[in-house]
Design a protein around this ligand. Structure first.
Ligand code: UD1
Ligand code: UDP
Length: 445
């Protein structure tokens, strides 16, 4: 069976890496079985076993292309290099979706796969699924059934359309199953397998714990490492020394990280990239004002997505985060480029709390038990609110500061890791099992 998986944007890589590992594990098992049977000269079964092999190709659309948005994840996640790169790049929605369709269709004509696997909800996901389904190639969608019912979000359009044209819908929880069934999708296509991002998180956590990102950012007390040269801006003064001294004097009596032997300066972690939050000047200014208020109580590390970096500069906000008065001058926001997966996970695990509008980070903070304040108006991961640490603050900057201050006032550093059914690190293996069973039953019928 020939399978093509498609990646394009940052959140795709951590969803495909576990799948590739599970496919390799399955193929190894088939190989061993075949070798054993050859030894026992059960020749009749040899061809059958070879047919069971999953021949996998990885296609990268090129939607994300900066080193920090793409290549670094191949290293961190030990992903094989893509077999085919479409080199599509940035553009308007129609340009990007259209280019992926045109280029991916050529690959489909050439390779004639039996199955195309897409993940998540980015433009590359919908484009690849559309190109495949029009050529009558079955499509499997990993992370199917997520809904926020906000049509202003391009991701919602991508999710709904991809789900309705896919043959296999791999969901993360019963909430997703219910969404799909409500839309009239047959239960036979739905497979609740758990959350594949959690596979990546649990697999890579021990490696992430070894990252030295805290030292590199000067977040380890008494560690004399300089601020890294790639810092984009330190809000208050742009003086690395001041940033470090302010943090370290504040944190002398503060907590000790669970994974580091040296005391870690308490900090919050911020990511922002949704068009609805960052593309509009008023909205980004309001958010950054609230962030700066929070930063007066706790330093904030902000690995900024390229879209957001551009907008911060365009609206002249990257250095305009000064506290309102000298007496509040402990406030700091450290804006740095996007980080690799292992460094970012380390920062997430050791943070006091996270502020984000990312989808994947809501999942990771729930599993890690780190409080998460989500700057989106409609919930896409209800389970992380009901069973996890996720609080929806939307675009309400007062709610953001109130919730952040509640966390800071609580004085509790204890983590409440959530155990959600099927978010156990074995989702990719369950997906491979379904694909194998389905392909066997098709070839028998
Ligand atoms: C995309 C996804 C979003 C996902 C996010 C993950 C869509 C519609 N959106 O948003 O769902 O949460 O990825 O990060 O698919 N850019 C660079 N270098 C890069 C990539 C992008 O400079 O490597 C800049 C370009 O100016 C580009 C802009 O970022 O125009 C936006 O990139 P794009 O892929 O269109 O959307 P994202 O905001 O990244
Ligand atoms: N991430 C990362 N480096 C960063 C920011 C995020 O490795 O600087 C990881 C994060 O741990 C998560 C994924 O990227 O696994 C989330 O991607 P993103 O927020 O870009 O997209 P979304 O999930 O919102 O679609």
């Amino acid at each position: 069976m020939k399978i093509i998986s498609v990646v394009g944007a940052r959140p795709n890589f951590m969803k495909i890496a576990p799948l590739i590992r599970a496919i390799e594990k399955y193929n190894t098992q088939i190989k061993i079985k075949t070798q054993n049977q050859a030894k026992n000269s059960e020749n009749l079964n040899l061809n059958l076993n070879l047919n069971l092999n999953l021949n996998h190709l990885l296609v990268h659309t090129g939607q994300h292309y900066d080193y920090e948005m793409s290549q670094i994840f191949f290293q961190d996640l030990d992903l094989p290099q893509p077999d085919i790169h479409l080199g599509v790049g940035s553009g308007t929605h129609a340009e990007q979706t259209g280019k992926v369709m045109v280029e991916f269709e050529k690959v489909l004509f050439q390779e004639k796969p039996d199955l195309v696997i897409v993940v998540g909800d980015v433009n590359s996901t919908l484009a690849a699924a559309l190109a495949a389904v029009k050529l009558h190639i079955p499509v499997a969608h990993i992370e199917a059934g997520l809904r926020c019912y906000d049509w202003a979000m391009p991701e919602e359009i991508n999710r709904l359309l991809t789900d309705h044209i896919s043959d296999y819908l791999f969901t993360t929880s019963e909430y997703d199953d219910d969404n799909l069934k409500r839309e009239g999708i047959s239960g036979e296509k739905i497979f609740c397998v758990g959350n594949i991002m959690v596979d990546s998180l649990l697999f890579n956590k021990p490696m992430a714990e070894k990252s030295d990102i805290l030292e590199r950012l000067g977040l380890v007390t008494n560690h004399q490492s300089p601020i890294p040269p790639h810092v984009i801006a330190v809000s208050r003064s742009c003086e690395p020394k001041a940033w470090q001294e302010a943090w370290q004097s504040e944190s002398e009596s503060e907590s000790e990280s669970q994974s580091q032997s040296q005391p870690v300066t308490p900090y919050a972690l911020l990511t922002l990239h949704r068009a609805s939050n960052v593309d509009n000047e008023q909205s980004l200014t309001r958010i950054m004002a609230a962030v700066n208020q929070v930063a007066q109580r706790i330093p904030i590390v902000f690995p900024a997505h390229p879209r957001t970096q551009k907008k911060l500069k365009e609206f002249n906000l990257h250095l305009d985060l000064t506290p309102q008065s000298k007496s509040q001058s402990q406030s700091n926001v450290l804006i740095i480029p996007p980080l690799g997966y292992l460094d970012f996970l380390n920062l997430e695990m050791n943070s006091r709390f996270v502020i984000t509008d990312s989808g994947g980070i809501q999942v990771e903070t729930t599993v890690l038990g780190i409080p998460c304040l989500t700057m989106l108006d409609s919930p896409v991961w209800p389970i992380t609110h009901k069973q996890g640490t996720n609080i929806l603050v939307g675009s309400d900057s007062r709610k953001l500061t109130n919730e952040a201050f509640k966390i800071l006032n609580s004085n509790s550093n204890s983590k409440s890791e959530s155990k959600i059914e099927l978010w156990d690190g074995k989702t990719a293996e369950r997906i491979v099992e379904v694909i194998k069973t389905q392909s066997q039953s098709k070839s028998e019928s």
